[in-house]
Design a protein around this ligand. Structure first.
Ligand SMILES: *Cc1c(COP(=O)(O)O)cnc(C)c1O
Length: 470
């Protein structure tokens, strides 16, 4: 039989089918059906050339879960969180996760159920924390008969893009406190200069995406408390703890960054980062229910059940929530601590080895989260024929994803490379990576002429002055 399109039969070999010899649909829905195995392979093969997820040290998001966690998620893949009449226990397990996190973060809230919500990731969780702060500010201003048309939010320029989105979508002025060489994290005194009666909240970050550092939240809280007392404002703190929320309690339990601090009214985190669940899962917790405006809880009568719902999305997958609860039971404090501390140890080991290479310099002396950034040493940079972008490209050839990028505004003349160590990275893998880096540098040092990326830098430097220093 000739292999005309759609002439596929059950006996056609997948790669002997006409579909495999023709372009995949890109614009319109195909008129006819495709054999399931062929369709499966076409989709699967689209992802074939991508890197090994565990060699991707660019992402913060979980790329390894154990077999039982994975099995639970696969078995729940069709389960909708919002179907609480059908799956009433999922809501209960979500509530238990919220309780566990609230207690891990030292909530003062009494009662059987702490106040919080699951989210698709930190992005949704940040949005919910931000909206709550904005509504609380607005209600207070309205009661005082004051204007509510100019809300603003204060945080460092080291913020993740979600805050730009939040401010854009809700039309809140984003006031970014610049990072400098002296202040590599949010400077509390500086932040307060950006505040006024219209500030809905200050957002410090535990685990700054760009650098891996932590804002000093304890200092900010102390200074903000004094500032609020002096001005009569009531500016709260929302902590963006996308990474830190699952790191600090285990690697640095005495660091005060959470509800132990008076001004911290809400905290968001990513369950799919160091919460060790596959994407997408986030959590937001409020200090107590008085900080979650009633306007944000929508009571819906859904299929006969009265459900109170906080998230931006209505339907959402339940599998991630089951997996989070599984991790809490399976690992406990001991398990999370052993995994996070191993990640820290491997990150510190890499940090030390990178710092010893004559071409590199670490951005910070300390590793406080299992990730760090480094740059080229200034003197080396002046005569090098290559850049960190070249190194990124070479490492990619052996499957490693180690991104090079410029730091945020006002320190954007610094090019860094970042390594995020997650569960799934062993000391042995770290040694393989370090050997690959050393080998690549050795090759670069044989270059007689600058690479095209180095030439581009030299050109920029001539035009705009020195751009590639530390
Ligand atoms: C990753 C990250 C976010 C966004 O989180 P998602 O879980 O990817 O939505 C927000 N803030 C910080 C500090 C982050 O690191």
């Amino acid at each position: 039989m000739s292999n005309t399109k759609h002439g596929t039969t059950a006996t056609t070999a997948v790669y002997g089918s006409s579909e495999m010899a023709h372009p995949a649909p890109t614009m319109t829905l195909p008129e006819k059906m495709t054999d399931a195995e062929i369709a499966y392979r076409m989709v699967k093969d689209e992802t074939y050339a991508q890197t090994q997820p565990r060699l991707n040290l660019a992402t913060f998001v979980t790329t390894y879960m154990d077999e039982y966690g994975t099995r639970l998620m696969n078995e729940a893949v069709g389960m909708n969180f919002i179907d609480q009449t059908e799956y009433p226990r999922v809501a209960v397990m979500s509530g238990r996760c919220i309780n566990i996190l609230a207690n891990l973060w030292h909530t003062p809230e009494k009662g059987d159920w702490k106040t919080g919500a699951p989210a698709i990731g930190s992005s949704e969780a940040c949005m919910l924390g931000g909206v709550a702060a904005w509504l609380r500010w607005r209600e207070r201003r309205q009661k005082e008969g004051k204007s509510t048309d100019k809300p603003n939010l204060v945080m460092s320029a080291g913020m993740q893009v979600v805050w730009e989105k939040f401010c854009q979508l809700w039309q809140i002025e984003l006031r970014q406190v610049p990072l400098t060489r002296e202040h590599r994290t949010l400077c509390a005194d500086e932040a307060l200069k950006y505040c006024d009666e219209n500030t809905i909240c200050i957002v410090p970050i535990a685990g700054v995406t760009w650098t891996g550092l932590n804002d000093d939240i304890e200092e900010l809280d102390a200074k903000l408390t004094a500032y609020n007392a002096k001005t009569g404002y009531d500016i709260p703190i929302h902590v963006d703890a996308a990474s830190g929320g699952f790191i600090l309690p285990f690697v640095s339990p005495d660091t005060k960054w959470d509800f132990r601090l008076k001004s911290v009214k809400s905290i968001s985190t990513s369950g799919h980062k160091f919460g060790l669940v596959y994407p997408g899962l986030g959590w937001v917790i409020w200090r107590d229910k008085s900080y979650l405006p009633a306007d944000m809880s929508f009571s819906v009568n859904y299929l006969g059940a009265n459900i109170s719902q906080v998230g931006l999305n209505f339907s959402r997958p339940a599998a991630q929530i089951l997996a989070q609860y599984y991790n809490f039971i399976r690992l406990g404090r001991e398990g999370y601590a052993s995994i996070q501390n191993n990640c820290m140890e491997i990150a510190r080991y890499c940090h030390e080895r990178i710092g010893r290479m004559s071409c590199f310099e670490n951005y910070a002396t300390e590793v406080v989260n299992p990730l760090f950034v480094w740059c080229m040493r200034e003197e080396y940079d002046r005569t090098a024929n290559w850049t960190l972008y070249d190194l990124q490209a070479v490492l990619q050839q052996s499957g490693w994803m180690i991104p090079a990028y410029t730091l945020p505004k006002s320190i954007d003349d610094i090019v860094v490379m970042r390594m995020v160590v997650r569960q799934g990275m062993s000391r042995d893998m770290a040694d393989m990576l370090l050997a690959d880096i050393e080998r690549a540098v050795k090759e670069f040092e044989k270059l007689k002429y600058p690479t095209s990326s180095r030439l581009a830098y030299q050109k920029r430097e001539r035009q705009f002055g020195k751009v590639f220093t530390h």
